[in-house]
Design a protein around this ligand. Structure first.
Ligand SMILES: Cc1ncc(C[n+]2csc(CCOP(=O)(O)OP(=O)(O)O)c2C)c(N)n1
Ligand SMILES: [Mg+2]
Length: 597
């Protein structure tokens, strides 16, 4: 059994696990492992951003693009407290990362040394982090590290992925012990669960009986890498597909059977199909409020009148919001392969869906007619639709968007057509501001040969502007498209709608003259050593974006977008007790034609 320093056990384990990066920020608590990473610097790279939040968003986005987890490293106390929010983002969107946090020396536990949290228990950081990780481990001796590391990495990638924490007291990095190095954990999707033969038969019976079936795909389909199987299933049975944000791209969204996103900011054909469907086949999707019109029947979905097949790896999602007619606890790809085999066995085809396809085509045509004119408008400040359209026109299908939070994101939810899986990254469940601007750095390291564009609001970007420093320090050629509308406009719009048109604390103004204010983002970027262009009229946007992508270096586009144009709602979103607004385009549909069960 080799005798090793604790820090080296961790470093060697990361290397054995083929983890190429540690995204980490120093503090006195973790200098022990920083030195170990120095010794191993030709085998594992340390990227050190200017804020721990950025490190964790980077690791999260890296995983979403590559489906391989990397580690973060933060020091004890405040440094590690800074990763709570991004871990909540990762947990909410089932993204994996290994968060190594440092703690105070075990011999000082409970004596209130510098940066110990101990109101209720010694060295209590795991309790701070508990709700936002799958599991926290706190090995307090070097000989406890191998088991903790193996269990942590296995937990992180098995079943529904998620972040995991290993909390390491200062002395454990430094002390030596006799250790057997643990084996690396199985990679993502090494173990897959499946449906029973009876379930598959019952599912296909329901699918073949349905007259208005629709598929709803979520992040589970992306994570299980089931794009090929999904596309084959869709084409074989000609069933239209609605995509949740993190499921986007699992079917090429330029496919005529792809209806886009659903909910208040979804596409009209998706909401129409969802509320008229007699059968919904939900795979790795979870019916959150924003993709279910806050569960109000008739806006996006019509359960229980519509039947539901719900497939997920996590039993907590089956029946959380809608009780399925058939709930299947299975991995998405395995389920789809089983279903395809059953279709093959029965030689099933669908020719009875003509009326359904005609309805869908009509909704698609109506929607197209309604939205098209605004995509063609030239204006200054730029119309939002135009920004999305120009990105779509300029970027190649494999380009990755790393999206932030706000009304800018709502526009991409409604209109972006992701062409490939793992190319549309969204902080969806927790909606943490900064994910887009910071995550893009991790996304680019995960896919160095593809263009990566961060879509980020002026508000979001100003939360993490130091991402520019990291891009320069490590030469990470990300393009930041700053959607500059001079305020927290998504929240302003809610405020105005609820409180008689009054605005308070939601727009940016210069103190002296009360004019709209923002820093000159292009000048700010240049000060950090990053090239930049300010774009104030739509005619200039395409060229600027082309230039930025081609430049292949960190680039900021400060794009001035009209704050007074709002996305057309096609479903609803309710914040009880506030009354909700009826859709601008489309209406509630309570079924009288769907046959009773
Ligand atoms: C860390 C964090 N703080 C606050 C919020 C609440 N919030 C959601 S969107 C938003 C405004 C976003 O502003 P900006 O980035 O400019 O986007 P816009 O809506 O103007 O497009 C705020 C404050 C949040 N989601 N995350
Ligand atoms: Mg804004």
């Amino acid at each position: 059994m080799p005798r090793m320093k604790g820090a080296d056990v961790i470093t060697e384990y990361l290397i054995d696990s083929k983890i190429p990066y540690v995204f980490g920020l120093c503090g006195h608590g973790n200098v022990g492992i920083l030195d170990s990473l120095y010794q191993a610097r030709d085998r594992i790279a340390l990227v050190s951003p200017r804020h721990e939040q950025v490190a964790a968003h980077m690791a999260d986005a890296y995983f979403r693009v590559r489906h391989k987890a990397v580690a973060t490293l933060t020091s004890c106390g405040p440094g590690s407290c800074n990763i709570v929010m991004p871990l909540a983002v990762a947990t909410s969107d089932s993204s994996a990362l290994l968060a190594i946090t440092a703690n105070v020396p075990t011999s000082q536990f409970n004596r209130s040394p510098f940066q110990e949290i101990n109101k209720h228990f010694q060295a209590d950081f795991p309790n701070i982090i508990r709700p936002v990780v799958k599991r926290s481990f706190q090995p307090t001796r070097v000989d406890m590290l191998p088991l903790a590391l193996r269990q942590a990495t296995t937990t992180m990638l098995s079943g529904r992925p998620g972040p995991v924490n290993v909390d390491v007291p200062f002395n454990v990095f430094q002390e030596e012990g006799d250790v057997e190095m643990p084996l690396p954990a199985p990679p993502l999707n090494a173990q897959r669960s499946g449906a029973s033969p009876d379930e598959i038969e019952a599912c296909l019976d329901l699918i073949l009986q349905a007259k208005r079936p629709v598929i709803f795909v979520g992040h589970g389909v992306t994570l299980s890498e089931a794009s090929r199987e999904l596309t084959e299933f869709v084409h074989r049975l000609q069933i239209p597909v609605i995509s949740s944000p993190n499921g986007m791209g699992t079917i090429d969204m330029s496919d005529p059977l792809s209806l886009g996103f659903i909910g208040r900011n979804g596409a009209y054909p998706a909401n129409e199909a969802g509320r008229h469907a007699d059968l919904v086949i939900a795979i790795g999707a979870r019916f959150d409020d924003r993709s279910a019109s806050s569960w109000m029947p008739g806006y996006s979905w019509n359960f229980p009148q519509s039947k539901l097949i719900h497939v997920d790896v996590d039993p907590a999602e089956l029946g959380r919001n809608y009780l399925p007619d058939i709930g299947v606890l299975a991995d998405a790809r395995t389920f789809l392969r089983q279903l395809l085999a059953e279709i093959e066995k029965r030689n099933s085809n669908r020719d009875g869906l003509k009326a359904w396809h005609t309805d869908i085509q009509k909704w698609q045509d109506e929607w197209e007619k309604f939205i098209k004119p605004n995509f063609e408008v030239h204006a200054s400040p730029i119309r939002p639709e135009r920004v999305v359209a120009d990105c779509q026109a300029v970027l190649p299908p494999e380009a990755t968007l790393c999206c932030d939070v706000g009304v800018n994101h709502n526009w991409y939810m409604q209109f972006w057509k992701a062409r490939r899986p793992q190319t549309m990254l969204n902080s969806w469940g927790f909606s943490g501001m900064g994910f887009g601007a910071a995550g893009a750095l991790g996304a680019k390291l995960a896919a160095p040969d593809k263009p990566v564009v961060a879509i980020t609001g002026d508000g979001c970007f100003t939360m993490v502007p130091h991402v520019l420093c990291t891009a320069v320090e490590y030469n990470i050629p990300v393009v930041w498209l700053i959607w500059n509308n001079f305020g927290w406009v998504s929240i302003r719009d809610i405020q105005i709608g609820m409180f008689g048109g009054r605005e308070h604390g939601t727009m940016f103004h210069e103190g002296l003259n009360n004019k709209p204010y923002n820093p000159d983002f292009a000048a700010w970027a240049r000060a950090a050593g990053v090239d930049a262009i300010t774009v104030t009229k739509s005619q200039d946007l395409k060229g600027a974006l082309e230039h930025a992508v081609k430049a292949n270096k960190p680039f900021v586009l400060d794009v001035h977008v009209d704050a007074e144009v709002r996305p057309p709602s096609t479903g609803a979103w309710q914040l009880p007790p506030t009354p909700y607004k009826e859709p601008v385009f489309g209406k509630r549909y309570l079924p009288d034609t769907v046959p009773a069960k």
